[in-house]
Design a protein around this ligand. Structure first.
Ligand SMILES: [Ca+2]
Ligand SMILES: [Ca+2]
Length: 399
């Protein structure tokens, strides 16, 4: 057992006030090649008043986080950067951090222990789903289900395995989430391959949709049974959609795409649609090809920021952010906020916040109390409102 920072007693330790005076920031860059306009929000770099951030946990490369209905928080840690190494799923109960599962994984580049999701019926079946790259010499992209028992992960079941070229160390994506339809969605990057992101018979560069037991639902948008399509494909043409989220207001899926140079994207991911990679983008001019078969992004970062997480805010702590998309960026450590139209189909305004003393590189995830959790390569943080900073109380004992 490893003692965590006793953060919850309200930021008394490690709390950094983000004062009204935010650092100077270059103007937000728009997307010249897309057909609609956005406006910078008023005072686009100023956080709401009384906003503070605390470091919650010191971890090395936390990747994904899930809040359990019993108050525990599950966190994956990548496992390192080279060779086969032990990686952990941690469970945090507000005071102590314990290893819930230890796996040996392949860790080169972006390989490792990646995404995590809890079953929508977790309180009854105790299922936890993770994605990782299995150990060399035959690494596989693997989706597995464990069962939570006595604060440990037990009874592994492999639900999906995808082979990749052992020389590829990048573009695995690997985030997963249950939709409001109860189905399990996950993304996988182009596995260093490029064009197969466009091939419906190939798993790379896709969002997939499965039943919770790993079987393929026959109502998938590109399902063709004995035909050539990979029936699990939900949407395609992605390079490395590291993270996606179901909008609690509209049930839309929003995903962040990591482009190669000037085309990091925010996408509204719809069933059966083609998001273009790698055929819709001109590398010489950074312009999008005007082709109707490809879905245009909602937003493009012309300077790569490596968006590495996404949430749609809903909660009592930052009511002025309700309905906004929040994104952390690996390269800059900034927290981006996008306001949407009422249908949540276009971006109408954008903000970028620099957090003093913390880098918003991965995430964010919205806690049940409305706090915004995020991660850097060194730990897990919590953004909160001083006057709503109640202790993170467990709603029920977990054992
Ligand atoms: Ca088929
Ligand atoms: Ca695209």
């Amino acid at each position: 057992m490893r003692l965590a920072w006793k953060y919850v007693l309200n930021g008394l330790i490690g709390s950094i006030l983000l004062m009204a005076c935010q650092p100077a920031h270059p103007p937000l860059k728009g997307k010249s090649s897309l057909p609609f306009a956005f406006r910078a929000l008023p005072d686009p770099h100023r956080l709401p008043s009384g906003t503070a951030v605390s470091r919650v946990l010191s971890l090395h490369m936390p990747v994904a986080l899930a809040f359990a209905p019993d108050g525990r928080i599950f966190i994956t840690e990548k496992g390192g950067f080279g060779g086969n190494q032990e990686a952990h799923v941690w469970v945090f109960d507000g005071l102590a951090l314990r290893p819930w599962l230890t796996l040996t994984v392949s860790t080169e580049g972006e390989r490792g222990l990646l995404g995590i999701a809890l079953d929508p019926d977790f309180s009854r079946n105790h299922y936890v789903y993770i994605v990782y790259t299995s150990a060399n010499p035959q690494p596989l992209w693997r989706l597995a289900r464990y069962r939570d028992q006595d604060n440990q992960g037990v009874d592994p079941t492999i639900l999906k395995e995808i082979a990749f070229d052992p020389s590829c160390a990048f573009h695995f994506s690997g985030n997963l989430a249950f939709g409001p339809d109860g189905q399990l969605y996950f993304t996988i990057g182009d596995l260093c391959l490029g064009n197969p992101a466009q091939y419906l018979e190939h798993p790379a560069g896709k969002m997939h949709r499965l039943n919770a037991d790993g079987t393929v639902p026959a109502d998938n948008p590109l399902y063709d049974g004995d035909g050539p399509n990979l029936d699990s494909v939900f949407a395609y043409g992605f390079r490395n959609t590291f993270a996606f989220v179901f909008d609690p207001f509209t049930h839309h899926i929003f995903g962040v795409e990591n482009g190669p140079q000037c085309n990091d994207e925010l996408n509204l991911i719809r069933p059966g649609r083609n998001y273009g990679w790698p055929w819709d983008f001109r590398h010489d001019t950074c312009e999008y090809a005007d082709l109707p078969q490809f879905e245009k992004p909602l937003w493009v970062w012309k300077t790569p920021v490596a968006p590495a997480g996404i949430a749609v805010y809903s909660g009592p702590m930052f009511p002025e952010w309700n309905g906004s998309i929040l994104v952390c960026a690996w390269n800059t450590g900034e927290l981006y906020r996008f306001e949407l139209n009422s249908a949540h189909t276009t971006v109408v305004g954008a903000s970028a916040y620099t957090l003093t003393g913390a880098s918003c590189q991965i995430g964010p995830w919205i806690a049940p109390d409305g706090a915004v959790w995020f991660a850097s390569s060194e730990g897990v943080y919590r953004l909160y409102r001083l006057w709503r900073n109640l202790p993170y109380l467990l709603p029920a004992p977990y054992d």
